[in-house]
Each structure stands twice: as structure tokens, then as C-alpha cells.
Design a protein around this ligand. Structure first.
Ligand SMILES: [Zn+2]
Length: 422
């Protein structure tokens, strides 16, 4: 109580010597409508109210801005692992080693993501190296205290992987349908041994491989043979997750990204004379490196994860539903957000700062936008909302020495789910 009194005293003195900042939630009188001078180009039709602009669909709008990395909150892809074994448990590691293996695989996969490398193609490129800003989160069932998100199955019908020949089963979903857990909200990763008959056959060409099947991935390999150490298996894992979140192979067709040129799909730089300069190190090609994520590929993945209409978003940890004081974003410069975003804390426009928002942005319960005196917020046909079925606080306008935070409306922005409606 003593401390409390002291703080109140200091506060009173401070207030008596300084002109106070007037804070209140935004009303209609605070809104200035400005003419919409942007050409309408949303698939040749006018945008619907709050729908955002054409830029919201451009993958390049979603490339994390390295000057303001906090404007692209880290995404966590929820995953679980299924390690498939024969009924006599002879075809995969024991349970203890299986758990260790799955955890090492995540660690190795994230290591490559964290250490994104310069693209090797095109030769002498200066493509920026951007942090991919996503990670994996092992996700058990919430109502099962003993569940760790790693499952060992023993099933003679389903345990194996065959990716060549008449018995090929790589594209089949039966193991997913039978053994999958939380398939709607967690990416299920199956690790399957190559069938022992295939391994015995001298003519069998099918090797380690992976496949993405909508809400699950399958990685097949000779795990017991030591050829699928976690640092090798992570290549298949990251690659298939890339497919799940909207990426294509780059070597043969146009993958929708200008920074991933077509290439001869060399395994390494020694395979043939042309491979010397034309080998790819991109994670969506098949090569010995698979350690490079291009900006457009990263943008595409974030676009998928940011789109509430895309069911893959359900596989992303909803970090946007929990308010965090340490995720407060301060805008001090002139910034234009051309992509959908999911914020995790308050957003403050500082004096002199200008923020233009052209797409959907969500705020967690308890968060607010603060427009300080001298700051400017331009809402450009965007939607501000809470994507968790709750309310967020709304927009606070501050006044100081006859200056007021400015709020400008362009088009018909939508402000939804707010505690303090205007
Ligand atoms: Zn592929």
C-alpha cells in the first residue's frame, strides 16, 4: 500500500506539470473519408466492402519485410508423427528410439528453415535471403495428458511404403484414414519403411521418397538401414510441407514464382557438365542440398496460412487468439500492409508514423489500435476483426496539444468484433 501511495503521488505531480494526453475510443466524428483514387483491378470487378485489394492475393505481398520482421508474426505448423511398424515390430525403431527420431527430425527440419541459404539459381543471382518465419509445433490431443503427438503403429497391412511398380501405395490414403489423428487441425506426418520385399529385389528402383496428400504427408525410406538419418529425412519432410502449403516443384513447369527458375533438376554440381552451374539448392527441387527458400515461395506459404478461406490455415497454431504484451507493434515510419495479417498484441501508430492497411488484419481479445497525436491510420477497404469468435478492443484515438491521431477511410473498410463500436 505504501508503494501505491507513492506511485499515485508521482503520477499526480507528473500530470500537473505536463499537458495531458486525451485518450478515447474512436467515434464516427474521427473518421475522414478520402476519395478512392486506386484503380479497381480485383479480377476485373470492383472489390466488395472490406475485401481488400488485389495486392492481398499477390504472394510477394506476404514476403516478410526484413526491416520490420515483427510485422510478420512467426507461424507454427501443428504436426504429429506416425511411425509405422509391422505387427512383430521388426520393421521400425523401438518406441523410445522412434520418439527420439521424430524430435530430431523436427530439429533438423527447423535448422534448415532457420539457416535459409542464398538461391543458387539463376547463376549470379542477387535474390534476397529472407527468414521463412515458420516453425513446427508437435501437437498432441488436448484432452489426453499422456499424448505427446508421436504415435507408433503396428499393422502388417498398412505399415509399408512402395512408390514404384504394381503394388505402389504411396498415393493411397488408407493408412491416413485408419491411423490419422486430429486430421482437420494437425498436419499428420507418416514415416513408413520401404517394404522388405522391395529392398530384397535387385530390380527395385524405388528409393526414399515422400508425398503430400492434402492434410497428411507420407515419407518412405529404409529407416532401419541407416539411410534415413533425421538430417536426410528432413529434406523430404520440409519439401512435402511446402506442397501442403501451396508450393510446386520448380524445375519443370512454371511454379508461379519468378525467383525459382526452371532447371535441369541436377542432384548436385557434379552430375553432368551443365549441372556444374545449373544445380539447384531449392527445397522444392530434388537435390543434395534443399536448403534454400526463395522470397516468393515464403510469400506463397504465408499467403496460404493467412487466408481464413483456406482449410490449411487450420493446421497453423492460432497464435492470433492469445494476447501478448510483448508483441506490441509500433509504427514510426510510413508503412503499407498489402497482405493479410494476424497480430498478437497492440498496434500503435506513433507521432509521424503512417500505416495504410489494405487487407484483412486480426487482433486478439484485449488488443487495440492506438493512433497517437500526429500518427495516421489509413484503412483501405480492409477488414479489421478478431478471428477467434471473440471481440478485440477497437481503435483508440489520442489527442495532445491540439493534435489528434488521424483515421482515414478509403473505400468501405469493415471494422468488426469490437468492444467499443462507433
Ligand atoms: Zn514434390
Amino acid at each position: 500500500m505504501k508503494n501505491c501511495g507513492f506511485i499515485l503521488l508521482v503520477f499526480a505531480i507528473f500530470n500537473s506539470c505536463n499537458p495531458s494526453v486525451n485518450k478515447r475510443f474512436c467515434t464516427v466524428d474521427d473518421i475522414q473519408r478520402i476519395a478512392d483514387d486506386i484503380p479497381v483491378s480485383y479480377e476485373n470487378r470492383p472489390p466488395k466492402d472490406g475485401e481488400g485489394r488485389a495486392c492481398c492475393k499477390d504472394p510477394l505481398s506476404y514476403v516478410p519485410d526484413t526491416a520490420y520482421l515483427d510485422h510478420t508474426p512467426m507461424r507454427y505448423i501443428k504436426i504429429n508423427f506416425h511411425l509405422m511398424n509391422s505387427a512383430d515390430s521388426s520393421q521400425f525403431f523401438d518406441e523410445q528410439k522412434s520418439r527420439k527420431y521424430a524430435k530430431s527430425l523436427i530439429w533438423e527440419a527447423e535448422k534448415r528453415i532457420r539457416n535459409n541459404k542464398q538461391m543458387n539459381l539463376p547463376p549470379r543471382n542477387n535474390t534476397p535471403v529472407v527468414p521463412p518465419r515458420y516453425r513446427y509445433k508437435l501437437t498432441p490431443r488436448p484432452d489426453s495428458p499422456d499424448d505427446d503427438g508421436i504415435y507408433c503403429h503396428y499393422n502388417d497391412e498398412l505399415y509399408y511404403y512402395i512408390n514404384k511398380g504394381k503394388d505402389r501405395n504411396n498415393h493411397k490414403r488408407d493408412v491416413i484414414n485408419d491411423c490419422g489423428i486430429q486430421l482437420d487441425t494437425v498436419l499428420n506426418a507418416f514415416l513408413l519403411p520401404i517394404h522388405p520385399d522391395s529392398l530384397k529385389s535387385k530390380t527395385y528402383k524405388g528409393k526414399d521418397a515422400g508425398i503430400a496428400l492434402g492434410n497428411a504427408i507420407k515419407v518412405g525410406g529404409h529407416f532401419l538401414g541407416g539411410r534415413m538419418e533425421p538430417w536426410i529425412a528432413q529434406k523430404y519432410f520440409n519439401h512435402e510441407v511446402g506442397h501442403i502449403f501451396g508450393l510446386n516443384h520448380t524445375w519443370r513447369y512454371n511454379d508461379g514464382c519468378e525467383d525459382t527458375p526452371k532447371n535441369p533438376n541436377c542432384w548436385n554440381n557434379k552430375q553432368s557438365p551443365e549441372c556444374d552451374s545449373l544445380y539447384s539448392n531449392n527445397f522444392m527441387d530434388y537435390n543434395a542440398y534443399q536448403n534454400s527458400w526463395s522470397p516468393c515461395q515464403i510469400g506463397k506459404m504465408h499467403r496460404t496460412m493467412s487466408n481464413p478461406k483456406n482449410r490449411k490455415r487450420k493446421m497453423v497454431e492460432p497464435t492470433w487468439c492469445t494476447f501478448r504484451e510483448d508483441r506490441h507493434i509500433y509504427i514510426q515510419d510510413s508503412i503499407h500492409w498489402k497482405s493479410m495479417k494476424d497480430l498478437e498484441g497492440h498496434l500503435t501508430i506513433e507521432p509521424g508514423g503512417i500505416l495504410k492497411i489494405s487487407c484483412r488484419v486480426s487482433f486478439p481479445k484485449g488488443a487495440k489500435i492506438i493512433v497517437k497525436a500526429g500518427g495516421k491510420l489509413i484503412l483501405d477497404n480492409c477488414t479489421l476483426h478478431n478471428d477467434c469468435g471473440e471481440n478485440w478492443e477497437g481503435i483508440e484515438v489520442q489527442e495532445f496539444k491540439n493534435k489528434r491521431g488521424e483515421i482515414l477511410f478509403l473505400g468501405e473498410p469493415k471494422i468488426k468484433n469490437i468492444e467499443h463500436p462507433f
